[in-house]
Design a protein around this ligand. Structure first.
Ligand code: NOJ
Length: 555
């Protein structure tokens, strides 16, 4: 691991531990499974992994409900397994970023259990956000806020003597009570959590809900512009569009969050080795997101505006320009991301013809379901464009295999709290979390040694298994491997974007150093531009560049 400020150009691969690889055959991914499969990621050519939560947790929100920030859930292994994973990754030249979930804990965290057991007005209760209810008997919630997952954001507790008590705030599930980040004790606990993982050698943190930790004084009522829950604004231009949030919600993007990150940055800077903080902040517009990555705050913030941009020339040019300008203005690299564990996989999403809000998902009754063939073409072309851009890119496990969203999951298998809290009205995020296929001919497609898989894998996934794609010309895995190799060889992460004129509106054409990139987002073939072909996201019949195809050429 050499080089300073590695994160400015890094390709960071998101591992969702439940679904990456299962070493013990219980149908649930685990840390040893990840360790065993790290050589495949080395071969892919990524720089770092980000591990979604593997901490002690009742798993009511797939581990984003943490009951012990400094231990591993037995479902995933032990702290020693984490150390082995990290050591193996470092030996392979792969950095390890862990997920920090500071907005809320699990309701089974001892801190929350202590708060419940303590009296109203106690120090223990002050760690969370407890309030009296409204109405004559306090039986109405303290304000009108909705949970991101649907339903009310408040739950009333029962006092030890059986009488109804106060209410506590949970922006997510009932089992995820929000901390009060104005409380000094809470701040001190999280400084310790940071040090715990930094001392163990972690290379950084992806910070969950990094725009949500501070709430406006007085917790005023608020009605969001789009009903139905969402993690906040992100400007979009295609189907699924919220252009702008007229005002800041009292629970998102409050100024006070920045003091927290300035404090954390000082801690990270005490450690050698270029450790990083990466913000999950669904705010809008990009110039606002850039506030999270000012020089004394975090290093990176996810570019959700890019993720939410339609596969269309003008929109893509605009979001690329806006991203480079916004992040560049504060001296931070732009990030790029197309998929993660909270959104419909881009091999399906890019073929959707209708609005799909973040977190709502798609399922059997969704009208006008996406065409997988079109979706995969677009996904490959979109990824090829993304990986040519300067800055740092995030990949979500399985996108290098071209996995689509799984639509036909049985209702009984679903686990996302969104599904339960909306009585099935929103499918939620299970469809992008199905365990990976590694070996076409093995039980559970090699996800583990048994046929068990916590979400069922579709039959069609045999053909998408990693071993069915390795070394196969034209496979999605080979496309990603080639793109990552060329990206490194030509130092594209350090480069810049120079737009090339003279193309139709639906053509995105740019030069980054020695590489010319041309993406045809339209439906009509155009002549293939001149130059030595380095990479093509699909076939190029008769020297043309068909729709939904991207090429890289030596400039
Ligand atoms: C964002 C995470 O990515 C998501 O999976 C989780 O449900 C919420 N934050 C709550 O922690």
């Amino acid at each position: 691991m050499t080089g300073s400020e590695w994160w400015r150009t890094a390709v960071i691969y998101q591992i969702y531990p439940r679904s990456f690889a299962d070493a013990n055959g219980d149908g649930m991914g685990d840390l040893t499974g990840i360790t065993n499969r790290l050589p495949a990621l080395r071969a892919l050519g990524i720089d770092a992994i980000w591990l979604s939560p593997f901490y002690t947790s009742p798993q009511n929100d797939a581990g984003y409900d943490v009951a012990d920030y400094c231990d591993v859930d037995p479902l995933f292994g032990t702290l020693a397994d984490f150390d082995t994973l990290q050591h193996t990754a470092h030996e392979l030249g792969i950095r390890v970023i862990v997920d920090l979930v500071p907005n809320h804990s699990s309701s089974e965290h001892p801190w929350f259990e202590a708060a419940l057991a303590a009296a109203e007005g106690s120090e223990e209760r002050a760690h969370y956000i407890f309030r009296d209810g409204q109405g004559e008997n306090g039986d109405l919630p303290p304000n009108n806020w909705d949970s991101v997952f649907g339903g009310n954001a408040w739950t009333r507790v029962t006092n030890p003597d059986g009488t109804p008590g106060q209410w506590y705030l949970h922006l997510f599930d009932t089992t995820q009570p929000d901390f009060d980040w104005d409380n000094e004790w809470v701040k001190a606990q999280f400084r310790d959590v940071l040090r715990f993982w930094l001392d163990r050698g972690a290379d950084g943190f992806r910070v969950d809900v990094a725009h949500g930790m501070i709430k406006a004084a007085g917790l005023p009522d608020y009605t969001p512009p789009v009903a139905g829950g969402s993690m906040g604004g992100a400007s979009t231009e295609g189907p699924g569009i919220i252009t702008e949030w007229p005002e800041t919600a009292p629970y998102w993007a409050q100024d006070g969050v920045h003091d927290i990150y300035r404090d954390w940055r000082l801690i990270l800077d005490e450690y050698p080795g270029d450790r990083i903080l990466a913000a999950e902040a669904w705010v809008d517009p990009l110039s606002h997101v850039a506030e999270w990555v000012r020089p004394d705050e975090m290093h990176q913030a996810f570019n959700f505006a890019y993720l939410e941009t339609a596969w269309a020339g003008p929109a893509l040019r605009r979001v690329i320009d806006d991203s480079l300008a916004a992040f560049g203005a504060v001296g931070a690299p732009s990030t790029w991301v197309l998929s993660n564990h909270d959104v419909v996989r881009h091999a399906s999403r890019l073929a959707l013809n209708h609005e799909n809000l973040q977190g709502h998902g798609i399922g059997p009754t969704t009208p006008d379901l996406p065409d997988n063939v079109i979706g995969l073409h677009r996904a490959r072309a979109a990824s090829a464009l993304m990986l040519a851009l300067p800055g740092s890119s995030y990949l979500y496990q399985g996108e290098e295999l071209g996995l689509p969203e799984v639509i036909h999951l049985p209702d009984s298998a679903r686990e996302d709290p969104t599904w339960f809290r909306t009585n099935g009205e929103r499918y939620g995020r299970d469809g992008c979390r199905v365990p990976l296929p590694w070996e076409a001919a093995a039980p559970s497609y090699g996800f583990g040694p048994s046929a068990e898989s916590w979400l069922p894998q579709p039959d069609e996934w045999a053909g998408l298994a990693r071993d069915a794609q390795v070394g196969v010309a034209g496979s999605t895995l080979e496309l990603y491997t080639l793109a990552l190799g060329l990206r490194r060889e030509h130092a594209l992460g350090l480069g810049s974007v120079e737009w090339l004129d003279g193309h139709a509106d639906e053509i995105v054409a740019l030069r980054n150093g020695a590489v010319t990139v041309v993406a045809n987002t339209g439906a009509t073939s155009v002549p293939l531009p001149a130059g030595e072909l380095l990479l093509a996201s699909g076939p190029l019949p008769g020297n043309t560049l068909p729709g939904d195809t991207t090429v890289w050429l030596r400039a």
